[in-house]
Design a protein around this ligand. Structure first.
Ligand SMILES: Cc1ncc(C[n+]2csc(CCOP(=O)(O)OP(=O)(O)O)c2C)c(N)n1
Ligand SMILES: [Mg+2]
Length: 581
């Protein structure tokens, strides 16, 4: 154990909150995305104290809504790989992060969520005792239960003497693969306790490291290579391997060497979409035909209601999270499972294949690559054809819209695709050459793209961050909070709202279950939202540049003006009236 102290000082002692801020800085938290309340009085006072003393602590980003705070941490972690702090108010603030924690947990991103707890003393026995109405009503029996399904770890800080130890443990757990949210609760009486600097131990990263995923068992790697050597129709489906650059490279290299068609299912673009083996976003048609399949870092490789794997096929499951213990049911085939760093395991597999490749294998690969190219050409032609229909006045075709947007974006620009029923238009029409530049949520909680774009912009100020959402998603994202943060912290993001006047996903779901049902007969799907809104006014209220477009002919110029504004440093919104639901 490292017994060195925080630092030597002639000031005898400090409050726990002082060490909390120091400890956060020491574990590498750059930012605290905050929504404050009465529970944070000790922290707010120590923030001022540390600033007065010129001492380091994380930068504070105040977010008017917790949904923004949680998703900003997600966006920052997506770009940097490092979890940040989200500091919210007791049970109620925690409840407001639940949607975000769901998305972050399902996206396997790290985040340190922190909240106060109602003070436990009532009669002013200690500094920080209850002194207002809410302290009596904000103490549920189980505060953490509000977010527990999405946590890897939780604790209530019992004493300031262990504050840095608790922070280090929280950090190690959230950063270890598979990464995810951790939750630390703290009471005011604990935060105001004083401790001598000599009593507060440090827990440095070089002695308390996080765990990463390792390589695969060589025997299993060899067994899988044997299968691939004789495979006739191998496919690879991945969802989130592309979050690591070496995994992207490994998928690209392996697929080209072994003639494997690569599909992406949600989350992110894992390899360049110009890679010769990338064939699209749904493997449903390919799954029944595949004889060997690789499921690489993927949660939903296909919809079993639409596609079934051949009984004789062989499936290898290579994932940082092979068993999906966060899901009560998960029933995709895994004839062979390797848990670990998928990029590393695929590198091993490629080495093994290179060593064993026979002339017959190479011939079969060449034939497959020709077939895969034909599939790619067909897909590209289909996408181009869809974009030629511009739509009508008040009903712009999202494919055309996205194709025009794609012409204005650089390779490194980041897209946060919350397009819901129009998400495919984003995926199909916008060229993506750099992995991990079109991101979707691993979860299903709408309202994530604005906060996530802000967090990504904070982490990568030189890249453009584009939020693409439906009208429903725009409401869910607490847009006033998003644009307030964009203004206050000078984080210009581009927001494109594809307004189809409501919840098309809800309508389509009803039609899928009841194709000829009562809802269809009545033409009432409970999906229409207010038709005459002007989302531009929301953005303008916060000084953003905003435009509305309804005529297809105006799309290229409107997009060009918006991209120019946002690149010039002003948050921008384009409200597009797309094909109605
Ligand atoms: C927080 C949250 N509430 C409700 C839902 C259920 N839901 C899924 S899609 C959808 C409609 C979204 O509307 P919009 O963003 O306009 O996209 P569209 O379906 O019109 O393409 C809803 C309400 C959800 N996923 N998340
Ligand atoms: Mg909609």
């Amino acid at each position: 154990m490292d017994t060195s102290v925080a630092r030597k000082t002639n000031v005898p002692d400090f409050a726990t909150a002082y060490y909390l801020l120091e400890g956060l800085n020491e574990i590498g938290i750059d930012y605290l995305f905050c929504n404050f309340g009465t529970d944070h009085a000790p922290i707010i006072d120590e923030m001022a104290h540390r600033r007065k003393r010129g001492e380091a602590m994380p930068d504070v980003v105040r977010c008017p809504h917790e949904n923004t705070a949680a998703h900003m941490a997600a966006g920052y972690a997506l770009v940097t790989g490092r979890g940040q702090g989200v500091l919210v108010h007791v049970d109620v603030g925690t409840a407001n992060t639940a949607n975000g924690m769901h998305n972050i947990f399902r996206s396997r991103l790290p985040v340190l969520l922190m909240a106060g707890k109602a003070p436990y003393t009532v009669n002013d026995e200690l500094v920080g005792s209850r002194d207002t109405y809410v302290h009596f009503v904000q103490e549920p029996f189980d505060q953490a239960s509000l977010v527990r399904p999405y946590l890897k770890w939780e604790w209530t800080l019992p004493s300031g003497v262990v504050v840095k130890e608790a922070l280090r443990r929280a950090y190690s757990i959230m950063q270890s693969e598979p990464r995810g949210p951790v939750y630390l609760m703290m009471q005011r009486e604990t935060l105001t306790q004083h401790w001598n600097a000599d009593e507060i131990r440090r827990y440095p990263a070089d002695r308390f490291a996080a765990t990463s995923g390792g390589g695969g068992d060589p025997k299993l790697v060899a067994a899988l290579a044997e299968k691939l050597l004789t495979a006739e129709n191998p496919i690879l489906i991945t969802g989130y391997a592309g979050r690591h650059a070496h995994a992207s490279r490994a998928i690209d290299a392996l697929s080209q060497f072994a003639g494997i068609a690569v599909y992406e299912s949600n989350m992110t673009n894992n390899i360049s979409h110009e890679s010769p083996c990338f064939v699209g976003f749904s493997a449903d048609r390919a799954v029944p035909e595949a004889d060997v399949g690789l499921l690489v870092d993927v949660d939903v490789p296909w919809f079993p209601s639409d596609a079934q794997a051949n009984e004789k096929s062989f499936w290898a499951h290579i994932d940082i999270d092979t068993l999906k213990p966060g899901s009560p049911m998960w029933t995709f085939p895994g004839s062979l499972r390797m848990q670990g760093d998928s990029g590393r395991i695929l590198e091993q597999l490629l080495e093994e294949l290179k060593a064993k490749a026979t002339p017959r294998f190479k011939e079969a690969v060449a034939a497959r690559l020709t077939r895969i190219k034909a599939m790619r050409d067909e897909r590209i032609a289909r996408a181009a054809k869809l974009a030629t229909d511009q739509g009508k006045s008040g009903a712009i075709n999202p494919h055309y819209l996205m194709a025009e947007l794609g012409k204005l974006l650089d390779d490194e620009d980041m897209l946060f695709n919350e397009g819901v029923t129009n998400a495919n238009a984003v995926l199909m029409q916008i060229p993506r050459r750099v992995p991990n530049t079109t991101v979707r949520a691993g979860g299903g909680g709408l309202g994530w793209s604005g906060g996530t774009a802000l967090g990504a912009k904070l982490a990568a100020p030189d890249r453009l961050a584009v939020q693409i959402c439906g009208d429903g998603g725009f409401y869910f994202g607490n847009p006033t909070s998003v644009f307030a943060v964009a203004q206050q912290y000078k984080l210009p993001i581009l927001t494109i709202v594809m307004d189809n006047t409501g919840w098309n996903a809800v309508k389509q779901s009803t039609l899928r279950v009841f194709p000829e049902g009562e809802a269809k007969t009545a033409n009432e799907f409970e999906s229409q939202l207010a038709p005459k809104v002007h989302f531009t006014k929301v953005a303008e209220a916060f000084g953003a540049y905003a435009e509305e477009v309804g005529d297809p002919a105006d799309v290229p110029a409107a997009l060009a003006r918006c991209v120019k504004e946002v690149r010039g440093g002003r948050a921008t919104l384009l409200h597009v009236r797309v094909t109605k639901l």
